[in-house]
Ligand binder design. Sequence first.
Ligand code: NAD
Length: 495
Amino acid sequence: MAAIAPEATSRDGTASWLDEFLADWRPGTGESREIREPATGRPLISVAQATPEDVARAAAAAAEAQPAWAETSYIERARILHRAAEIYEAHRDEFGAWTQRETGDHRNKMHHEQNFTIQEVLNAATMPSQPYGSLVPSAQPGRLSMVRRIPVGVVGAITPWNSPSVLGMRVVAPALALGNAVVLKPDPQTPVCGGAMFESIFREAGLPEGLLHIVVGGADVGEAIVTDPNVNVVSFTGSTAAGRRVGELAGQRLKKVSLELGGNNAFVVLDDADLEAAASAGAYASFQFQGQVCFAAGRHIVHRSVADAYVERLVERAKRLRTGDPYREEVDLGPIVNEKQLARVDGIVRRSVEGGARLAEGGTHDGLFYRPTVLADVTTDLPAWTDETFGPVAPVVAFDTDEEALALANDSEYGLAGAVYSRSLSRGLALAQRIKSGMVHVNDQTVNDEAIIPFGGMGASGNGSRFGGAANWDEFTQWQWVTLRDEPRSFPHPY
Ligand code: NAD
């Protein structure tokens, strides 16, 4: 049984539908781990962690249940997904409260997360009824030749804490839709909105037993998923460092793996940009959700003639953003998720200022609440430029020509998202198309997603995999070539 702190009930103090589910939820046989709310440090829930043996049991049960699910009518699979979306909507407030309290989401980010989570399920619900192959010509006369997509079997999903519902749902929903079973491991800091939420919804939606398993735990549990012989495909979202390890383990086992990793995204402002609009978007892309977003704007690359004015506008916005407890107060920024991450953000800011960057705003914190920070006169040798900060920090670098802006934008091992602001669409497009990133926007900021878009990065941001839309077919099915002949084929003598 998961132990819930008394306050983890609905806002009016009554036990919610989700709390009742959690009271009987025991996702692992290992030791309990207490989760604390980052904003207050108060205990939220204690959850029994999974062990590698739990993973083995879950994967074996998933492998057993999956073939019958793959044979289940497309109408029934779609119906269960539709029900899941309805159940999520019905309990939206409870999920929202848990999301805010586990992650430190402010209200806007939480609503985005919820809307995207629903989009993911609804989009997945359209997949079971889509054609899943084609008839192809054959060089052999009299042969009917077809290629069809079949489920991969068991998908192992490993997700981070920063957007646990949507990053989990973008795997769980399409994988199930296409006839697979799933073993999902959320980050141990978000066991409810990244884990229990899925089990509670899909159980109530009528998903047959054995098809979805939640295993809560850390790296050892993640590695047990990657190496388990019953897990056929691994879908990992998280840091580049952990992704390299996951890729290595999967590669040794010749296992297909999707890696969606970190970013240090370029936000380019040309001299003809609408500066107010660019600064508003730039501040949003760096500061919202405390910058703990893989496609946050990590590097502001601004034409020298407007750089000072742009920095001033970022500073104005940084000053007026309110930090505080996002669940109980009306604020714009919540806490950094934990002490380790806080030390990392602060260290990057400090070392960059020591190295010559000008602290135009912020750089201070009250406990885990880090003030939105603007760094001007940044040079490309400083950690604020080279590293993924994953905090509310906007480093600004000036350039003189479009070619220089392009070289700066591409001066990163990462390649997740990019943005270009210009009043000239042709100039903006010419630059945007040469930015090495999986996603790029002209006159919009980097934090953009839709369930029907093939989402993913280049370079150290991933291994070429994509989530969303048609890409989900590539991630969660494999091709099979099937041929049929009326008459058996004859072979030359002596065969
Ligand atoms: P993390 O890599 O530490 O953890 C992510 C998940 O991987 C967690 O569930 C964790 O328990 C697990 N894990 C850690 N080590 C593992 C190992 N050796 N084997 C298997 N599993 C392991 O990342 P984080 O700090 O929680 O998340 C932030 C990072 O995730 C940032 O770098 C961010 O950019 C990235 N991210 C990327 C995307 C994307 O779509 N590209 C989305 C969100 C976050």
